[in-house]
Design a protein around this ligand. Structure first.
Ligand code: FAD
Length: 464
């Protein structure tokens, strides 16, 4: 068996692993990255990037159809047509370009890439199996970045037309009827997009509302838009299994009766689980946090010089958290003093309209026993929103009542994902409401709703 010795071994080339490897290489650490699939992991290949590409296609098509139906802004076009296979090929092109980009960045940082699946024999030794055979790697530091996998339902195992987001994002023939089991962000982002692309979509959610991780005020505009798009929603309903009718899904309704939802494809998006199987966790006997690898504020596991980052360590399972952890761990391994002490890990739902949340919601702040003031500014009172036909939604600020330190910022509306940058910056910089209210925001922009929300929380609202 061929043997390699290195300073740092990174297991998994997703956003956590590849960022860690790049930074480690840049800092002069002899680094090996092991990845059996394509570089970029879930995010680049079957997650963030492909889903946002298809959401873009869906939005463009929907706009075109809107104008074809006679829009109020005077644009007239003939009946548009759409070719899913072309859109998927375009999406795959972006993914391919980014895969190549990651490979180039790793090479530039002098990271050695081993294509294969890694198995940790102990905290310093890894066997990598690839088409060429087996290689033994010994490393001073091991970074576990094996990510997550979609959760399946026992009554609806993946296979055939019961699919995860990965399969949906690869389909080149449009499912005419798509049942989405699970009303979290992945299910709704894709459900809304595929509705706009032409599928009949039904969402089945076990809880009493959609996007249960976000407060009801934020999710209401999304539910309203879904209704307008003609998406059927079954709340407090359970997916029981495949129906006798071809392809359909049997659900239990809130009153206990059963019904069949017709479906050509059943997308199961009931969550993601840590990828803790098949790479030697049993032998390492690392301390766990439930089904996730337990880490401290420096991403150290319970074993010396064995680190874990990203989805394998739990929520929030987001690419930017994985990347921030990866960068930090590389710097710690290189001798820098770092800790993961972020005020916020912003979360965005690329639904229609979009939702962004950074820091504490009003409910979470109150639950923590903090006396708060809040202010919301509706896009209906924002000139730029009117010029973009983007009135639904609002920006909300949550701050301590005593010193006005901003604790949380949320928004729902068209394009608000881009506000996540200002929100995070304000929270990380320890902004007070007065700082935000006193910052000149360019006119006319959607972002003017941000200082207006702060002014509202101060009782000084100008435009609403
Ligand atoms: P992953 O990206 O899962 O990468 C883990 C890597 O480890 C994989 O490449 C895998 O092949 C490799 N691996 C596994 N086992 C081994 C082994 N034994 N040896 C070597 N390598 C191994 N997040 C956002 O922040 N924004 C979004 O908009 C967003 N949208 C999403 C949409 C969808 C449809 C999905 C499914 C996810 C989305 N996410 C989004 C979540 C995001 O993809 C993950 O949080 C992110 O990819 C986690 O990065 P990671 O590096 O921890 O793991």
């Amino acid at each position: 068996m061929a043997a390699i010795a290195c300073k740092v071994l990174v297991l998994g080339g997703g956003p956590g692993g590849y960022v860690c490897a790049i930074r480690a290489g840049q800092l002069g650490l002899d680094t090996v990255l092991v990845e059996p699939g394509k570089l970029g992991g879930t995010c680049l290949n079957v997650g963030c990037i492909p889903s946002k590409a298809m959401i873009h296609v869906a939005e463009e098509l929907e706009k075109t159809k809107h104008h074809a139906a006679g829009s109020r802004i005077g644009i007239r076009i003939d009946e548009p047509s759409f070719d899913l296979a072309t859109a998927i090929a375009w999406k795959d092109g972006i993914v391919g370009k980014l895969n190549g980009g990651v490979r180039g960045l790793l090479r530039r940082a002098k990271v050695r890439i081993l294509e294969g699946s890694g198995f940790l024999r102990d905290g310093k030794t890894c066997v990598v199996k690839s088409a060429e055979g087996e290689q033994l790697i010994t490393a001073e530091h091991v970074v576990i970045a094996t990510g997550s996998l979609p959760v399946s339902l026992p009554a609806l195992p993946f296979g055939g037309h019961v699919i995860s987001s990965s399969e949906l994002l690869a389909m080149t023939a449009m499912p005419q009827r798509l049942a989405v089991v699970g009303g979290g962000y992945i299910g709704l982002e894709l459900g809304i997009a595929y509705r706009k692309l032409g599928a009949e979509v039904t969402v089945i959610e076990a809880l009493d509302r959609l996007l249960p991780h976000y407060d009801a005020e934020l999710t209401r505009p999304v539910a309203a838009r879904m209704g307008k798009l003609g998406i059927k929603v079954h709340l407090k309903a359970k997916a029981l299994g495949l129906a006798d009718t071809a392809g359909g899904l049997t659900i239990e309704q809130p009153d206990g009766t059963r019904a069949d939802v017709p479906a050509d494809a059943i997308l199961v998006t009931v969550g993601r689980r840590a990828n803790i199987d098949g790479w030697g966790l049993e032998g390492l006997q690392l301390a766990m946090n439930g089904r996730f690898v337990r880490i401290d504020e420096q991403c150290r596991t319970s074993m010396r010089n064995v680190w874990a980052i990203g989805d394998v360590t739990g929520e929030p399972m987001l690419a930017h958290r994985a990347m921030a952890q990866g960068e930090m761990v590389a710097e710690i391994m290189a001798g820098h003093r770092r800790a993961f002490d972020k005020v916020s890990v912003p979360a965005v739902c690329f639904t229609d309209p979009e939702i962004v949340s950074a820091g504490l919601s009003p409910d979470a702040a109150r639950a923590a026993g903090i006396e708060i003031v809040t202010g919301s500014f509706p896009f209906a009172a924002n000139g730029r929103a009117m010029t973009m036909e983007a009135e639904p939604g609002f920006v909300r600020a949550v701050a301590r009542a005593d010193n006005h330190l901003v604790l949380g910022l949320q928004a729902v509306g068209q394009g608000v994902s881009e506000l996540s940058a200002s929100f995070s910056l304000a929270l990380e910089m320890g902004a007070r409401l007065e700082d935000i209210a006193g910052t000149i925001h360019a006119h006319p922009t959607l972002s003017e709703a941000f200082p207006e929300a702060a002014m509202k929380a101060l009782g000084l609202g100008l435009h609403a």
